[in-house]
Design a protein around this ligand. Structure first.
Ligand code: NAD
Length: 484
């Protein structure tokens, strides 16, 4: 506990199955700690196969009632969920900040985004039609859309509540019922779903939540034969494992995985805007952002200037307690993750030139804090250039021409996002087309449009979320042919 402990913290976090808060059948729990004191403040139920089985049974029981409602009827409930999220936005922000270490000012945006996800998919499903085709006077075909069944949703610890909403909203909109397995390092905000969903009048069993360790609760969901589709967001390593396990049942998969996204800055770019964007892209959300621009490639004629200014800005970023409104980078989520990030910082000192940060700020006593860190002159084969660090650490390297910029941008196994800064828009489009990534922002950063596909190529994922793509994922289609 710290001086910033929010009011109303639960001492115990239960599963939520069939509309009832329940412990694990075998009574097991695990410790939940905050990333400032790193001491447990709650116990969460540690689910296993029997708990997942119970949750799947509840989801199956709720499926006929929920899936047979019209889209418009489900949309009404989704809007009420959005209202209930907004009603709790302050509590949610404090819970999220306390549990994940996100700065409170940034945690405040999460409730708004979560509510928006429900409103958006409510609108989508309320306006969905079905397709019909006619072959002259011979045959008429129409396509029937139905919910795919019980969806397994597995989510990571970065912006956990918002990412849970990003899966819950389209799954429910499409008529699926779900079993959600939140990340074990950050189960606190998920403990608010039961009261939110109950307040919104969602039928019992439409959403079930099983907490627990990935290899136990998550694995049981992956292996469950009555869960035909899995939507997973997390690391590439876990994603590969889940994909391999899912082959046995031929499960439908959506995989939003890791990234090592390049920012390509040409000499003709608005350097102030590019610097603002780089600082935001890799240091906001503590750098624990899948689309972080964590590799910055700068045209050689502006490289020295850019690197110097980036280092200065990194040095000015305020690291501090997550609950302090002045904090810009809070505490990294967990000591294990912190040690991993620090390991990359040590490695970076051997592989490249440290120009900012690289240490724990001296004025902060306990907690998983790291001063925003910039490495320059990073070789293309350096591990800090290749591997996802998922913390406030950025690797910078120079390039000489467009071809080299593209080659460097593509020189990783990942392909989630990319950013291009140039005043030559034709070149901006050329680079956007040549970069191997699911999303590219030109002279902009990370502004989302929920109608567009979100996701990556290469080791960054399979499939897309967003807009009609999400609804398609949670839907089965049947074509009916009728002779005329
Ligand atoms: P992780 O892969 O360790 O865990 C993600 C989830 O999977 C957790 O709920 C975990 O309990 C569960 N899990 C672990 N092993 C499992 C197993 N064997 N079977 C089933 N479930 C299992 O990832 P993380 O460290 O929580 O999250 C960080 C990663 O997520 C980063 O790589 C980041 O880039 C990625 N991410 C991607 C996106 C995206 O949209 N592409 C968004 C956010 C985060």
């Amino acid at each position: 506990m710290t001086e910033h402990t929010p009011a109303g913290l639960p001492g115990t976090i239960h599963h939520w199955i069939g509309g009832v808060a329940v412990p694990s059948l075998d009574g097991r729990t695990f410790d939940v700690a905050d990333p400032v004191s790193n001491t447990p403040y709650a116990q969460a139920a540690a689910g296993g196969p029997a708990d997942v089985d119970r949750a799947v049974a509840a989801a199956r029981a709720a499926f006929p009632g929920w899936s047979e409602l019209t889209g418009r009827e489900r949309a009404r409930t989704l809007h009420r969920i959005a209202d209930a999220v907004e009603d709790r936005r302050e509590q949610l922000a404090h819970f999220e900040s306390y549990d994940t270490g996100l700065p409170i000012t940034q945690a405040r945006g999460q409730a708004r985004r979560a509510a928006e996800n429900f409103r958006y998919f409510a609108d989508v499903v309320a306006s969905l039609g079905e397709e019909a085709f006619r072959q002259g006077n011979e045959q008429f075909s129409y396509v029937v859309r139905s919910a795919a069944g019980v969806a397994g949703l597995i989510t990571p610890w970065n912006t956990p509540f918002m990412l849970e909403s990003w899966k819950l909203a389209p799954a429910l909109a499409a008529g699926c019922t779900v079993v959600l397995k939140p990340a074990e390092w950050t189960p606190l905000s998920a403990s608010l779903w039961p009261e939110i969903l109950t307040a919104a009048g969602l039928p019992d069993g439409a959403v079930n939540i099983v907490h627990g360790i990935g290899e136990e609760a998550g694995q049981a969901l992956v292996d469950h034969p009555a869960v035909p589709l899995l939507s997973f967001t997390g690391s590439t390593t876990t994603g590969r494992h889940i994909a391999a396990c899912s082959a046995r049942h031929l499960k439908t998969l959506s995989m939003e995985l890791g990234g090592k996204s390049p920012v390509v800055v040409f000499a003709d770019a608005d350097l102030d805007a590019a610097l603002d964007s780089v600082v935001f892209g890799v240091f906001s959300l503590n750098g624990e952002r899948c689309t972080a621009g964590s590799r910055v490639l700068v045209e050689r004629s502006r490289y020295a200037e850019f690197t110097r200014r980036l280092a200065e800005r990194a040095g000015r970023v305020r690291v501090g307690p997550p609950a302090d409104p002045a904090t810009e980078v809070g505490a990294l989520v967990h000591p294990e993750h912190y040690a991993r990030v620090l390991g990359y910082v040590d490695l970076g000192k051997e592989e490249a030139r440290l120009v900012a940060g690289g240490t724990r700020p001296a004025h902060l006593a306990p907690g998983n804090y790291l001063q925003p860190t910039v490495f320059a002159d990073t070789p293309r084969d350096a591990r800090i250039f290749q591997e996802e660090i998922f913390g406030p650490v950025v690797a910078v390297a120079p390039f000489d021409d467009e071809a080299e910029a593209v080659a460097l941008a593509n020189a990783t196994e990942y392909g989630l996002a990319a950013y291009v800064w140039t005043s030559d828009l034709k070149r901006g489009h050329r680079i956007a087309h040549a970069v191997e990534s699911g999303m590219v922002w030109i002279n902009s950063h990370n502004v989302r449009d929920l109608r567009t596909p979100f996701g990556g190529v290469k080791a960054s994922g399979l499939g897309r979320e967003g807009g009609a793509h999400s609804i398609d994922f949670y839907t089965e289609y049947k074509t009916v042919h009728v002779a005329l």
